[in-house]
Write a protein that binds this ligand. Structure first.
Ligand code: 3HC
Ligand code: NAI
Length: 683
């Protein structure tokens, strides 16, 4: 049965798509649209057309699962060009999200009406693509190149009201009367000449002021670094002002095809599905009953406790936060308020919203106030004894049926659970710093963690805007466990003579936002320092002894000027060389290729061990963790997808070549070697 049906409302034909979950524009939908338009054109008694969707959203885009497969049925552009060609007015009636191809359908309609909650956007860049059904040519002709640029190049959707403001939407209609209002709107346009987006002239703003393209590049340079699609998107929007519509569409097609066949888009499409898969737990039934989370408790109002609380407050969920002493409590709450106020100052929150969020927060020093929480998250010092005491107290005070979570970075969740009489209630919720900003949530599944508890936190993660992935119990879980061999190799490399700035550069060039030595300088080299300048047991000790303690002292590995610009330091390099000599490590010149292989291949190996041990459900979950928690560049698809791209045999050969440098504890993954030998991939 076709996902498209039509309904007559006197002289107006309503074409309706019912293709759950998001009305993706697959082959059958495209064919149905063509048939619907043909029906309208062939029937003189039909004077106008409305296109709308059933379910939760207007078309949310092309069907991504069709990408890379042989094309079937009419192309999207062909289908929507017929709408625009019509002399009878065609109105898009938009609710939910009109994204990508969906927005292109709307643009090919002569008019667009939307409910206030609707969003419109061209998110193709997030899949490493640009719009491929004339979106880059029609949108600028309707709203101008300047307004089109952020939509096409950054890809964030805009609200219906914003769309009305820039001229993308013609009318905002009733939230509950979309169809009727759209029919009324269409009827008023019967017999009048139709406006066609392809014939619009707003795009000439980019010709009058061509500087807008370079200004846009300069303003967003950092955000777009390394990605191919945004530059193609800029070129396409620019072309919309310089070329005829037909030539522009040809140009768009060329750029689109180039991206579609490249590795970046393959990687980003992999990520799209990886993120959604990561939220699913294979061995838990879909109908597992969930726990209703109406109130959350947080223990510890430090760096993490405060940030964690903000996630829930921002989502409208009340939080009771507990500390040992009033002073720490006040300090923690002050920091939260300041963070909210800063967000408000930047215009991303209203003052009312700040008060609303803070109004949901209850500070306390008394565990009795946590008794009726549905979820309690512990974020106290990283110390097993302290954590166990907290969990024993929670076991005594919090109601049965509640979830008891720890934010530990490394500690054994199963051991923490032994402090309670209800290990099924215990799991890890590993947030990343700053916890109110970072998207990743590593959910740690203990040996005895209950299905309802686990299913509940996966759902909750979405509610607070986090991307969740499940890890088993192992030191450092997925993320920090894989960070550890990289850090170990970074340290070994500079002892052996590699320039520390080149170690950083290799990771920057690969696409990470920061290298390990920049990171150390930022955090401060004196974290955990024993403060005895005479005792030098590491490079960090040696640097601290010279008062090179990082950015805050103007020098660490690097020298810093007043603007905190860094330059490599000969003094630091000398400190490292002297320390290496004392330790009997011979230094040599080490090239960037070796640096890269020794930093990244052991991570892939660790990822394979994690899979082998069943600590991650799937390779793509590891990709999700590293992209969202540690800045692994999205356009490579994450460590495991990247390894697939370069070939697992290449990784194994590299590990074998460097084996004597990889440390005594290094263990080559059997899964990795056998997959490499069989020519298989992780994903
Ligand atoms: N194609 C195929 N499947 C899609 C899809 C698409 N465009 N969009 C979503 N899905 C699937 C998801 O994979 C998921 O499947 P699952 O249940 O099996 O995991 C299901 O639909 C529901 O998706 P979400 O879990 O993401 O649902 P949300 O309600 O959280 O979000 C959404 C809805 C905002 C529409 C979000 O799914 C989304 O952003 N989708 C992608 C939109 C997009 O990128 N569109 C552009 C596509 S490229 C294009 O149009 C090219 C054109 O220019 C030619
Ligand atoms: P922090 O030192 O900033 O905060 C800890 C807070 O807990 C302090 O305010 C302290 O007064 C309070 N506290 C200590 N014992 C307590 C007790 N028995 N009862 C009530 N309150 C108590 O530490 P931070 O950085 O917030 O870390 C907390 C936890 O989060 C640790 O387990 C850490 O490993 C983990 N974590 C830290 C990350 C980070 O980047 N800082 C990232 C991810 C996890």
């Amino acid at each position: 049965m076709s996902p498209i049906r039509t309904e007559r409302h006197d002289d107006v034909l309503v074409i309706i798509s019912d293709n759950p979950p998001v009305n993706a524009l697959g082959a059958a939908v495209r064919q149905g649209l063509v048939d619907g338009i043909d029906q309208a054109m062939g029937d003189d008694s039909i004077k106008a057309v409305v296109i709308r969707c059933d379910g939760r959203t207007f078309f949310a885009g092309a069907d991504i699962t069709e990408f890379g497969k042989p094309p079937q049925g009419p192309g999207l552009l062909e289908a929507i060009d017929r709408m625009e060609a019509s002399d009878k007015p065609v109105v898009a009636a938009i609710h939910g999200t009109a994204l990508g191809g969906g927005c292109e359908v709307a643009l090919a309609c002569h008019y667009r009406v939307a409910v206030p909650s609707a969003k419109l956007g061209l998110p193709e860049v997030k899949l490493g693509l640009i719009p491929g059904a004339a979106g880059t040519q029609r949108l600028p002709r309707v709203v101008g190149a300047e307004a089109a640029l952020p939509m096409v190049v950054i890809g964030n959707p805009i609200s219906a009201n914003k769309a009305k403001e820039i001229g993308l939407v013609d009318a905002i209609v009733g939230e509950d009367s979309l169809e009727a209002d759209a029919i009324g709107f269409a009827r008023e346009r019967i017999g009048k000449p139709v406006p066609r987006a392809s014939e619009g002239t707003a795009n000439k703003d980019g010709v009058k002021n061509p500087a807008i393209f370079d200004e846009f590049r300069a303003k967003n340079g950092r955000k777009l670094r390394g990605f191919d699609a945004p530059e193609a998107a800029i070129q396409a929007v620019k072309a919309a002002g310089e070329m005829s519509y037909e030539e522009g569409v040809k140009k768009e097609r060329e750029l689109f095809t180039g991206l579609m066949t490249g590795t970046q888009s393959a990687a980003m499409r992999h990520y799209f599905f990886a993120e959604r898969a990561a939220n699913k737990i294979d061995d838990i039934a879909k109908d597992t009953p969930l726990i209703d989370i109406k109130k959350v408790g947080v223990i510890g109002a430090g760096t993490m406790g405060g940030g964690i609380s903000m996630n829930f407050l921002s989502a409208g969920i009340p939080v009771t936060i507990l500390e040992m002493e009033a002073e720490a409590l006040d300090r923690g709450i002050g920091v939260m308020r300041k963070n909210y106020e800063r967000t408000a100052k930047r215009g991303r929150m209203t003052d009312d919203q700040v008060e609303q969020a803070m109004g949901l927060l209850t500070p306390t020093l008394d565990y009795a106030d946590l008794a009726d929480c549905d979820l309690v998250i512990e974020a106290v010092f990283e110390d097993m004894d302290v954590k166990k005491k907290v969990f024993a107290t929670l076991d005594e005070t919090v109601k049965q049926g509640a979830i008891l979570a720890s934010n530990t970075s490394y500690l054994d969740i199963d051991e923490i659970a032994t402090a309670t009489q209800r290990p099924e209630a215990v799991l890890g919720l590993h947030f990343f710093s700053p916890a109110n900003v970072m998207k990743l949530l590593e959910v740690v599944r203990g040996e005895k963690t209950g299905d309802s508890e686990l299913a509940t936190v996966m759902k909750l993660a979405k509610r607070i805007g986090k991307i969740a992935a499940v890890s088993g119990v192992c030191p450092g879980f997925i993320g920090n466990r894989m960070l550890s061999p990289r850090q170990q190799q970074a340290n070994a490399l500079i002892m052996e003579g590699a320039n520390y700035w080149e170690v950083d550069e290799v990771l920057l060039d690969f696409g990470f936002p920061m290298g390990p030595f920049q990171m150390s300088d930022l955090a401060g080299l004196d974290i955990g320092w024993h403060r005895d300048p005479a005792r030098i047991e590491s490079i960090r000790d040696a640097l601290c002894a010279m008062d090179r303690r990082g950015q805050k002292t103007g020098a660490g590995f690097y020298d810093y000027d007043e603007a905190r610009q860094r330059t490599p330091s000969d003094a630091a390099k000398k400190v490292i060389a002297e320390f290496a000599e004392k330790q009997g490590v011979e230094q040599r010149d080490i090239g960037k290729e070796e640096i890269k292989e020794r930093l990244l291949y052991p991570m892939v190996n660790e990822g394979a061990l994690i899979l082998e041990e069943g600590m991650a459900q799937r390779a793509s979950d590891i990709d999700v963790v590293w992209i969202n928690g540690y800045g692994w560049p999205l356009y490579t698809g994450g460590p495991m997808f990247w390894a697939d791209t370069i070939g697992l045999d290449t990784v194994v050969a590299g590990l074998e070549a460097h084996r004597d440098k990889l440390g005594e504890d290094f263990k080559l993954s059997e899964m990795l070697t056998s997959k490499a030998a069989a020519g298989e991939k992780f994903n």
